[in-house]
Design a protein around this ligand. Sequence first.
Ligand code: ACO
Length: 427
Amino acid sequence: MGDQAKLSAAGGDYEFPVLKGSVGPDVVDIRKMYGQTGMFTFDPGFTSTASCESALTYIDGDEGVLLHRGYPIGQLAENSSFMEVSYLLLNGELPSQDELTKFEFTISRHTMLHEQLLQFYRGFRRDAHPMAVMCGVVGALSAFYHDSTDISDPQHRKISSHRLIAKMPTIAAAAYKYAIGQPFLYPDNSLSYTGNFLRMTFGVPAEPFELHPAVEKAMDRIFILHADHEQNASTSTVRLAGSSGANPFACIAAGIACLWGPAHGGANEAALNMLKEIGTPDKIPHYIERAKDKNDPFRLMGFGHRVYKNYDPRATVMQSTVREVFDALKVDDPLFETALRLEEIALNDPYFVEKKLFPNVDFYSGIILSAIGFPTTMFTVLFALARTVGWVAQWNEMISDPGQKIGRPRQLYTGPTQREYIPVDKR
Ligand code: ACO
């Protein structure tokens, strides 16, 4: 028998099995706890609760380690491509050249949107946030693909996954085009996944589009950095929505809705807005003081993380990519200097040191995305585009798990106990 965790409570002594992963902290298996003890555990925000088994992504937040199927994020960002990482997350192993070519071809065959889906955009106000458009349009995909909605069929799941990954760039680019009043561009499957997205976003029908290889590479790397991040809020949302057997497109729309919030995917937009508000390095001390003031709601956006209590390894790659993009585009942005200085000051301040608050992936990404030409409202959309691969891989993993159950947390009830209804004229 393996290790057991002992619990003495409610007048009894109980033992629960301790499960071991391939790496990382052990986990106390409390599935039988309610049946044996009549008690639940209380863990708002799931800070101590593993909600599933997963073989996709491993994070060691204390050491600043992020592995996809065992491969460190730094190595993937340096040497791989978003398509290859997508294959890895979906299938568990890196593809051979032949497998990669076939996968890229398959994805490219699903890049177009149903013409009727394009009509949906016209129902949105021009000034709608593109994440609002993403939630609506991705959810609407569930009304279109009736040929692949049997989620118990692995082939159906595969086709839905490919469709989602393939169509996200087209949907995201159209959301941008609609906001700025330019015509939608159809995909060009002779381009790479990322090149195609950049063309659909920044190209216009009136002239040929020039794809900048350095920008294509940087964008692809940003997609890799956002591909998956184990059981974060939006991924858990996708899993919870999917646990009822819901349509995969609707589940991804739920993930997009969750990602939108400023504490999650919206943080890159918030981080750049904050840097703009700070402006020059001389204003930094004022904002540092505000971030430390408990009576002030201001937080350093792009700083701190639920899991990383060390430098987010994605932020390291992001910081070096800023310079690459600046050099390639021959641009500069004084906000980068402000960001570097802010990081330096914060990392030497006891408040941030003691609370282990380091820059996260969002701290530098806004500067790069802005240099490439994206408005801040598109930042979270790009995150959603890339995270779609993680969402579908996690959703597939969950549905294929024979022990999968509908997600149904418990609660600590603090409301009134049973009482008699009183008619309105007697109250
Ligand atoms: N600035 C100032 N203080 C902070 C910050 C920050 N960015 N982040 C955390 N703290 C403080 C909190 O006030 C709290 O202090 P206390 O213990 O005195 O009450 C302590 O550090 C712990 O913070 P929590 O909010 O309890 O930590 P949690 O794990 O719940 O939150 C979160 C993590 C939401 C990411 C938080 O650090 C934050 O709001 N950061 C800014 C937003 C951001 O960058 N989000 C992106 C996350 S990465 C992603 O989604 C891709």
